[in-house]
Design a protein. Structure first.
Lengths: 111, 115
């Protein structure tokens, strides 16, 4: 059974810092990996999707990498801002388009 | 932009009631999903559907059923609500299964309280 772990569970940084969020998964037979952002009391917003054949994806200040063989992904956020404060979730795609989610990293960026 | 709309943001019901949660998407997506999200447990898949009138159980289907009579609409039904079904419920949709580059798109969620 696929398990997804995110470390750390919570992170607090001052504005302007570069930071890395980690995601690991136990079964490397995945179709893709998605990173989401969730604001308090809201739904999920898709940030980046990396297909199993890709190594990384970039969008603005965000860069996600995937090492399928070792079961790891990282989300790099450059020059963090208070508006980046949210919970970040990673999820791996298994069969029938279903996703298995990690429990998230709660990020607080202070001014 | 894809829009996934859940009919209620907040809902309060009583134990034993039959509860309907509605979800509509406007992008002609084949796949639709229902999750619940609980502190410490994360998101867990309840049911999903890959076509009209088709449904598959997810990881925690007990106590729930679903209905998909039209492609754009996916309903989650709590047959007899219980207090342990108090949770945040999230609906999502995506394009067909075969493509590995299609993300899931989520609604804003329904916070359901069962008293």
């Amino acid at each position: 059974k696929q398990e997804v772990t995110q470390i750390p569970a919570a992170l607090s940084v001052p504005e302007g810092e570069n930071l890395v969020l980690n995601c690991s998964f136990t079964d490397s037979a995945i179709y893709n990996l998605q990173w989401f952002r969730q604001d308090p009391g809201k739904g999920l917003t898709s940030l980046l999707l990396i297909q199993s054949s890709q190594r990384e994806q970039t969008s603005g200040r965000l860069n996600a990498s995937l090492d399928k063989s070792s079961g790891r992904s990282t989300l790099y956020i450059a020059a963090s801002q208070p508006g980046d404060s949210a919970t970040y979730l990673c999820a791996v795609k298994r069969g029938y388009s279903t996703l298995t989610f990690g429990k998230g990293t709660m990020l607080l960026v202070s001014p | 932009d894809v829009k996934v709309t859940q009919s209620s943001r907040y809902l309060v019901k009583r134990t034993g009631e039959k509860v309907f949660l509605e979800c509509v998407q406007d992008m002609d997506h084949e796949n639709m999903f229902w999750y619940r999200q609980d502190p410490g447990l994360g998101l867990r898949l309840i049911y999903f559907s890959y076509d009209v009138k088709m449904k598959e159980k997810g990881d925690i289907p007990e106590g729930y059923s679903v209905s998909r009579e039209k492609k754009e609409r996916f309903s989650l039904i709590l047959e007899s609500a219980s207090t342990n079904q108090t949770s945040m419920y999230l609906c999502a949709s995506s394009l067909w299964t075969g493509a590995s580059n299609q993300p899931q798109h989520f609604g804003d969620g329904t916070r359901l309280s069962i008293l």
